[in-house]
Ligand binder design. Structure first.
Ligand code: APR
Length: 237
């Protein structure tokens, strides 16, 4: 990779970057979707049909955050964000807060965040670390039972797509880390970036569904490969 030509960097992360912190990925053995049908827990229809089940699913995941820590891959990306001399946008599909807890400042959570609740009564989003299944009142409008997880469910529009699209079109390098490439629109970012002239690199435990679209790929655990790649970037290799 010829770093002198690279100024604008877009990084996309997925569940694989948090796997070594102890958070289950979605697909594959022991994945979060293994014991659930996506339609039962991750759609607006599921929430309308059985809000208690959906709230309990996300309450358990929010509680789990308290038991895990960022790993060396999150830390390396926070360092890159702080030290990279050009523009860098860190986009994550993850709803955990491990990028932030590693020190990253400007993370774009395109699929929402477990640590945020969205009030359907007053439309405010509020920081949230407790359970929602017990129907607490919204801290802004005081209506009870109006808060839902601030998570983008299947069938809903991911956040800040215009900003992501503009960054991809401007990117000199697009890097995808720890994502299976199974879910659009994120799975299509590589094609947009490449079409607009960016170099493309995938870092994943195994070749993903979208591997064919990347010019380069590195396979192995994020905790080892991401710090090594960040070292190379900051050394100008
Ligand atoms: N290091 C690097 N990659 C890893 C590691 C690891 N230690 N462990 C697992 N992986 C890889 C897996 O091989 C897999 O390709 O991470 C990927 C995780 O894929 P998914 O479980 O499909 O997660 P993700 O791609 O983030 O899912 C996308 O789908 O369910 C929705 O909204 C949810 O944001 C999520 C989206």
């Amino acid at each position: 990779m010829h770093q002198r030509e690279i100024h604008n960097v877009v990084i996309l992360t997925g569940a694989g970057i948090s796997a070594e912190s102890g958070l289950a990925t979605f697909r594959g053995p022991d994945g979060l979707w293994e014991g659930h049908r996506i339609e039962d827990v991750a759609t607006p229809e599921a929430f309308a049909r059985d809000p208690d089940l959906v709230q309990a699913f996300y309450d358990a995941r929010r509680a789990r955050l308290k038991a895990v820590e960022p790993n060396s891959a999150h830390q390396a990306l926070a360092r890159l964000e702080a030290e990279w001399p050009g523009k860098l946008l860190l986009v994550t599909q993850n709803v955990d807060d491990l990028h932030e807890r590693a020190g990253a400042a400007g993370v774009l959570h395109m699929h929402g965040q477990l640590t945020s609740a969205w009030c359907l009564a007053c439309d405010h989003r509020v920081p949230w670390t407790k359970d929602l299944a017990d129907n607490p009142p919204c801290p802004v409008c005081n209506v009870s039972g109006s808060l839902r997880p601030d998570i983008v469910w299947f069938g809903e529009m991911p956040y800040q797509m215009d900003r992501i699209d503009a960054a991809l079109r401007d990117a000199d390098l697009f890097v995808s880390i720890g994502t299976s490439g199974a879910v659009y629109p994120a799975a299509g970012f590589v094609q947009t970036a490449r079409y607009c002239g960016a170099q493309t690199l995938e870092i994943n435990l195994e070749p993903s569904l979208g591997s064919v679209y990347f010019q380069k790929s590195r396979t192995g655990p994020a905790s080892a490969l991401v710090p090594a790649w960040v070292e190379e970037m900051l050394a100008g290799n």
